[in-house]
Design a protein around this ligand. Structure first.
Ligand SMILES: CC(=O)N[C@H]1[C@@H](OP(=O)(O)OP(=O)(O)OC[C@H]2O[C@@H](n3ccc(=O)[nH]c3=O)[C@H](O)[C@@H]2O)O[C@H](CO)[C@@H](O)[C@@H]1O
Ligand SMILES: C=C(OP(=O)(O)O)C(=O)O
Length: 434
């Protein structure tokens, strides 16, 4: 297990370019399964989760051509569907959440799929009910394979229908859309997730010949088509990485430009940092965050304490709450962080408390942060990253702390951030990998 050694206190200055979005790429790469023709995808982040998914696709027979570090062609013209039932496949699926996104396209094109328990962050229960309910509505049947933690899905003649999702699940919506694009007739999905990465998936599918309308809303209409063809697609910048860089810039920046962020696809992320008192400037399609000696948290209009909580898009993504929380530790003012979706994502605050932060963990979902207002620096710490976003939050804390910190299990950070230490060292950080 690799470790980061971080010498804290070095200001970061300069320009950083966000990588392609992890959560979009996981979807669009899996969508390539829907056609035997080549699908060329640009701006693919070189991160652990993506490389594991690409390996998994290769294992099932997708031909993968790497044109450049971040550009690939995928061609699913000779898949080995028998491999889907193997123990090896099941084991590999458990290494990443994104593996779940293969189910929809496999079911949609071949009428069958194996569902192994997907991996991903250990941040609480991660149920797949929405996915299964959607597939069932389309006419698929699933059965548990005796003696194994695996389900088999069968649905050779999927039929369009109307469905109301039990929750606006992101991967659930992506999966159901991919299963429905070639189903017979018309499918209507209400309470669909509608974040930019789902929008991108739908646009890409339309470029492949699908007929999806309502993109960007929570009501999608899909007219089934006979088949899909190849296409080219460019992945958006990663909004969670952009948010992570805003947090870093606020805490230890001496003027940071985040290049080409696609502001229109960041939703309320910039505004949320502004509510913490961070000066987030929009310059063309870049964000510029000047040096902050202090920042003062807004209160609500009635004077009550600021609450930051997650909600399905266009609400605030849960994936940024850990970063916002660490930024709040140095604010002038107090904030309640309410992580509504996941139930084990806030436990890492223990480490921040060890480092000197003023935080009360009220329960697994809520933490009150009483900002230090730069009167006291955090102390260096020794910690282990439990999940990708706690990992980046710990890295931000370590960059600002007095002394040298260690973060173990950094594979969690590598899951979602490309070359993070090299890119931050180029801005002035002192991070080594051991
Ligand atoms: C690979 C990928 O794309 N992962 C993202 C995806 O995961 P994923 O698609 O797995 O997450 P879901 O959208 O299914 O739901 C996440 C959690 O929120 C709960 N929930 C969801 C919707 C809702 O209206 N109410 C509610 O409480 C679910 O029960 C679940 O516990 O979306 C999550 C929520 O944005 C992000 O954290 C993950 O980074
Ligand atoms: C929760 C996350 O990822 P995953 O769904 O891949 O576990 C995340 O990106 O913060």
């Amino acid at each position: 297990m690799e470790t980061f050694i971080i010498e804290g206190g070095h200001p970061l200055k300069g320009t950083i370019v966000p990588q392609g979005a992890k959560n979009e790429t996981l979807q669009v790469i899996c969508a390539s399964i829907l056609t035997p023709e080549p699908v060329r995808i640009n701006n693919v982040p070189d991160i652990l989760d993506m490389n594991n998914l690409i390996r998994l696709l290769t294992d099932i027979g997708v031909r993968v051509t790497k044109h450049a570090r971040n550009e690939y062609t995928f061609q699913a013209d000779s898949l080995n569907l028998d491999y889907l039932g193997s123990d090896e496949f099941v084991k590999k699926c458990s290494s990443l959440r994104g593996s779940v996104l293969m189910i929809g396209p496999l079911l949609g094109r071949f009428g069958k799929a194996t569902v192994a328990k997907p991996g991903g962050d250990k941040i609480g229960r991660r149920r797949l009910d929405t996915h299964f309910l959607g597939f069932s509505k389309l006419g698929a049947e699933f059965s548990r394979v005796e003696g194994r933690n695996v389900y088999e899905l069968r649905g050779e003649h999927l039929k369009g229908c109307k469905m109301l999702l039990d929750e606006a699940s992101v991967t659930g919506t992506a999966n159901i859309v991919m299963a429905a694009v070639m189903a017979e007739g018309e499918t209507t999905i209400y309470n669909a997730a509608c974040e930019p990465y789902i929008q991108q998936l739908c646009r890409m599918l339309n470029n492949m010949g699908a007929d999806i309308t309502g993109i960007g809303s929570n009501l999608l209409h899909i007219k089934g088509v006979k088949g899909l063809h190849g296409c080219e697609h460019r992945v958006l910048p990663d909004m969670i990485e952009v948010g992570s860089f805003i947090g870093m810039a606020a805490m230890i920046g001496d003027g940071i430009r985040i290049k080409d962020v696609s502001i229109e696809n960041l939703g309320i992320i910039p505004e949320t940092f502004r509510r913490l008192g961070i000066d987030v400037r929009e310059e063309g399609d870049d964000l510029f965050i000047p040096k902050h000696d202090t920042f003062t948290v807004d209160s609500f209009m009635d004077g009550t304490i600021m609450t930051l909580s997650d909600a399905p898009w266009p609400g605030l993504t849960p994936d940024l709450l850990s970063v916002l929380l660490v930024v709040a530790t140095q604010a002038n003012g107090s904030v309640l962080v309410h992580q509504k979706m996941f139930e084990s994502r806030l436990f890492f605050v223990d480490k921040l408390i060890d480092m000197g932060a003023n935080i009360i963990l009220c329960d697994p979902h809520r933490a009150v942060v009483v900002g230090l207002n730069h009167t006291k620096k955090l102390r260096a710490g020794v910690m282990t990253s439990p999940d990708i976003r706690a990992g980046i939050a710990m890295l931000i804390a370590a960059l600002t702390a007095d002394g040298t910190s260690r973060i173990g299990n950094i594979a969690q950070i590598d899951r979602g951030y490309e070359d993070i230490e090299e890119r931050l060292n180029a801005l002035g950080a002192k991070i080594t990998r051991q």
